[in-house]
Design a protein around this ligand. Structure first.
Ligand SMILES: Cc1cc2nc3c(=O)[nH]c(=O)nc-3n(C[C@H](O)[C@H](O)[C@H](O)COP(=O)(O)O)c2cc1C
Length: 200
């Protein structure tokens, strides 16, 4: 099929890749996840994100299998901080979130003082692009990937776990693995006319 760029194979593949990506819940991810080598490739893609003043205003914290229990306790303790009446069952649900995906990475934004003083919003744009590069790269490798967040991300428990410095914030988790249960994306994507205007 022809596209706006004629028969450019690279553009056709790119469109197919971008349009076919969708968020995969960690509940639908199982073994195997990307290997260490593949993860390194994905992180080099993150490093290709646009970055005003080359600040690398983000970092990623990989949580290996043998450290998932630490994350599980952060999820449970953060829930108890918010709700002292949380039931044992609710705490178990919170803990389980740390174990679902074969690969779990915490994305940290670095929004504190920096030189030059690139606005925090611009730095968040860079982080979003870095995350998207990882998601698209994982999708191209044949893996499923999904983002998760929640109130625990901003908790002092998470700050301690990721050893966040002043100005750093844990934003979301990237969950990567093999899709165990395919689900057609029900998302209706907005049309350009819905988000595009022409300056008059
Ligand atoms: C920063 C961020 C955090 C997110 N956190 C969650 C989450 O906690 N739970 C969830 O189901 N999806 C989460 N998502 C994924 C969105 O729900 C998903 O991208 C959205 O539904 C659009 O679907 P798509 O990615 O398949 O296009 C998050 C997305 C972003 C950008």
């Amino acid at each position: 099929m022809q596209n706006a760029c004629g028969n450019s194979t690279m553009f056709t593949l790119f469109c197919e890749l971008v349009r076919s990506r969708s968020n995969v819940s960690p509940k639908r991810l199982g073994a195997q996840g990307p290997t260490t080598e593949q993860m390194n490739e994905l992180f080099t893609l993150a490093a290709a994100a646009p970055d005003h003043a080359m600040l690398t205003p983000w970092r990623f914290v990989l949580v290996p299998s043998n450290k998932r229990s630490l994350l599980a306790e952060v999820f449970a303790a953060a829930l108890l901080d918010r709700d002292a009446d949380a039931t044992l069952e609710q705490l178990e649900v919170a803990r389980a979130k740390a174990y679902r995906a074969p690969v779990l990475i915490i994305a940290v934004a670095r929004l504190g003082e920096c030189k030059p003083d690139t606005p925090a919003l611009e730095r968040m744009v860079s982080m979003g692009a870095a995350i998207q590069n990882i998601l698209l790269g994982a999708h191209a490798m044949g893996f499923g990937a999904g983002l998760t967040s929640g109130k625990a991300m901003a908790s002092h428990r998470m700050r301690g776990l990721c050893q966040l410095k002043d100005g750093e914030s844990a934003v979301c988790c990237l969950n990567l693995g093999t899709v165990t249960q395919h689900k057609p994306s029900s998302r209706v994507r907005p049309l350009p006319a819905q988000f595009l205007s022409v300056l008059q």
